[in-house]
Design a protein around this ligand. Structure first.
Ligand code: ADP
Ligand code: ASP
Ligand code: MG
Length: 409
C-alpha cells in the first residue's frame, strides 16, 4: 500500500506520564500543533496492579481470558480521557482500543504476540486530520477476545504501530530523561546515555532495565524504526536506540542492570552423570519451563550437583518437576533459593577487549560479595548474588566501570 503519511510520528506515554488528570492535560499540551501523530497510551500508574489485585481478590486462579478483559480497561480509560481533553482543546482526536486499531495477536492470554496490524482504520483517522489515541498493551485474537502483551507491553504496541504505519520515528515518553548507565532510581550518579545500540538495549531490557520492553527493541531493530526514549516532564533529546555501526565510540561497558525475579534450584548428588542431567532438563523444557543460568556445582563419586535459575512465576512448577525427577533418579536433595539477584554488565566494547571479568571480580572481591553463578555472552557478563548485595553490587560495578577511570587491582 502507498504510504499516505510520510512524516507520521508515533508517541507513547507511559503510566506515570498519564497518572493523573493534570498529567493527561500536560500530555495533551505536548501533542497540540505537532503535525501528524499516532499516540499510544498506558494505563494510569498503578492501575494495572490495582486491576490484578481485584482479580486475585475474587479468585486465586482467575481465568486468563477474563484477566485480559479486565486489564484492557486500564488503557481504555486513559485513551478516552486523553481524546476528550484534546477534543475540548479543539484538536481532532479519537480513541481506539486494540480491536478498533486492528492489532491482531495470537490467543496466548497475558503474554500474547502481535501477529499483524491492519492500519486502514488508523490511517483513515489520520487522513481525517485526527490524532488516533491507541490503547497500548492490548490486541485482539482471532476469536475477537481482548489479549494483553505482557507487563510493560505498551512499548511493544508503540514500536509495532510505528513499523506498521511506516512512521518516521517512534518517541517513548516516560518518567526519566532517557536510558541511563544504570537505574537512576538506585544510583543517583547514573549517566544519561545520548545513544545506545539496539543489541545493548536489548540485553539491558531483557536483563531487567524496565525503561523499554525487550520486544519493543527487537521490533525497532527488525523493522528499522528510529526509536528514542525521553521525558514527559523535562525537555531534552533523550536517548536514541541506534544500529551499532552508528556508534562512534564503542564503550567496553555501557550499562549495568539487575533483576530480582528469579529462583535458584540446586539438585545435589545426582547419580548417573550426564544422562540423568539430560533427563531433568528435557522434562523442564517439555513442560515449558524457561531455564536461565545453569552451573555445575560439584562432582564426586560419579554424582553431580547442579544449580539453575528460572523465573519466580515458574519456580513452583519447576520445583515439582525436579522433585519428581529426583525421586526417580535418587538424587540426595533439592534446595530452593529465592533470595537472589542477577546483576549484569553490558557493553558492545566487550567484543574487542579482554579483562572485563577480571575487573568485575576485583570489584566484587573488594566489596566481599559472593557470586554463585555466572553467565556470559559476547556483550554481557551476568552474575548471581545474594539479594541483599544487589544494590551494593550495582553501585560498586557502576562506579568501577562507568565512573572511575580504571579499576584498582
Ligand atoms: P513507563 O510507565 O513510562 O513505561 P517504566 O516504569 O516502565 O515507565 O520505565 C521507566 C523506569 O525504568 C524508570 O522510572 C527507571 O526507574 C527504570 N529504569 C531501570 N533501569 C533504567 C535505565 N538503565 N535507564 C532508565 N530507566 C531505568
Ligand atoms: N499497563 C501495563 C502495565 O502496567 C502496560 C504498560 O504500562 O506498558 O504493565
Ligand atoms: Mg514501561
Amino acid at each position: 500500500m502507498q504510504n499516505s503519511t510520510p512524516v507520521l510520528i508515533v508517541k507513547k506515554f507511559g503510566g506515570t506520564s498519564v497518572g493523573s488528570i493534570e498529567r493527561i492535560k500536560h500530555v495533551a499540551s505536548l501533542l497540540q500543533g505537532k503535525g501528524k501523530l499516532c499516540v499510544v497510551v498506558s494505563a494510569m500508574a498503578g492501575e494495572t496492579d490495582r486491576l490484578l489485585k481485584l482479580a486475585s481478590s475474587v479468585t486465586s486462579d482467575p481465568e486468563p481470558r477474563e484477566v485480559d478483559a479486565l486489564l484492557g480497561t486500564g488503557e481504555q480509560v486513559t485513551a478516552s480521557l486523553l481524546a476528550m481533553e484534546l477534543i475540548s482543546r479543539g484538536v481532532k482526536a479519537r480513541s481506539f482500543d486494540g480491536s478498533q486499531a486492528r492489532i491482531s495477536t495470537d490467543g496466548i492470554h497475558r503474554h500474547a504476540k502481535i501477529t499483524g496490524i491492519d492500519t486502514s482504520e488508523l490511517l483513515a483517522s489520520i487522513d481525517r486530520g485526527e490524532i488516533p489515541i491507541v490503547t497500548g498493551f492490548q490486541g485482539v485474537d482471532t476469536k475477537g477476545d481482548t489479549t494483553t502483551l505482557g507487563r510493560g507491553g505498551s512499548d511493544i504496541s508503540a514500536v509495532a504501530l510505528a513499523a506498521a504505519l511506516k512512521a518516521k520515528e517512534c518517541h517513548i515518553y516516560t518518567d526519566v530523561e532517557g536510558v541511563y548507565s544504570t537505574d537512576p532510581r538506585i544510583v543517583p550518579n547514573a549517566r544519561l546515555l545520548p545513544r545506545i545500540s539496539h543489541e545493548e538495549m536489548l540485553e539491558l531490557a531483557s536483563l531487567g532495565a524496565k525503561v523499554l520492553h525487550p520486544r519493543s527493541v527487537y521490533f525497532a531493530m527488525a523493522y528499522k524504526v528510529p526509536l528514542v526514549v525521553r521525558s514527559t516532564f523535562v525537555e531534552g533529546e533523550g536517548t536514541w536506540i541506534v544500529p551499532e555501526e552508528e556508534l562512534m565510540e564503542k564503550p567496553i561497558v555501557s550499562g549495568i542492570t539487575y533483576r530480582t525475579d528469579e529462583t535458584k534450584i540446586r539438585i545435589a548428588k545426582v547419580p548417573g552423570g550426564i544422562e540423568s542431567i539430560k533427563r531433568i532438563f528435557v522434562t523442564l523444557a517439555e513442560r515449558g519451563i524457561f531455564v536461565d543460568m545453569i552451573s555445575q556445582t560439584g562432582s564426586s563419586e560419579g554424582k553431580t550437583s547442579i544449580s539453575f535459575t528460572v523465573l519466580d512465576e515458574q519456580g513452583k512448577d519447576a520445583l515439582k518437576i525436579v522433585e519428581d525427577a529426583c525421586r526417580e533418579l535418587k538424587a540426595s536433595e533439592v534446595a530452593v533459593d529465592t533470595d537472589i539477584a542477577k546483576v549484569s554488565v553490558v557493553g558492545v566494547g566487550m567484543r574487542y577487549h579482554t579483562g572485563v571479568a577480571a575487573d568485575l571480580f576485583t570489584v566484587l572481591a573488594r566489596e566481599g560479595i559472593e557470586v554463585s553463578m555466572i553467565s556470559t555472552s559476547e556483550i554481557k557478563v551476568s552474575i548471581l548474588v545474594p539479594r541483599k548485595y544487589c544494590e551494593l553490587a550495582v553501585r560498586a560495578l557502576h562506579d568501577a566501570f562507568l565512573v572511575e577511570v580504571s579499576v584498582e587491582k
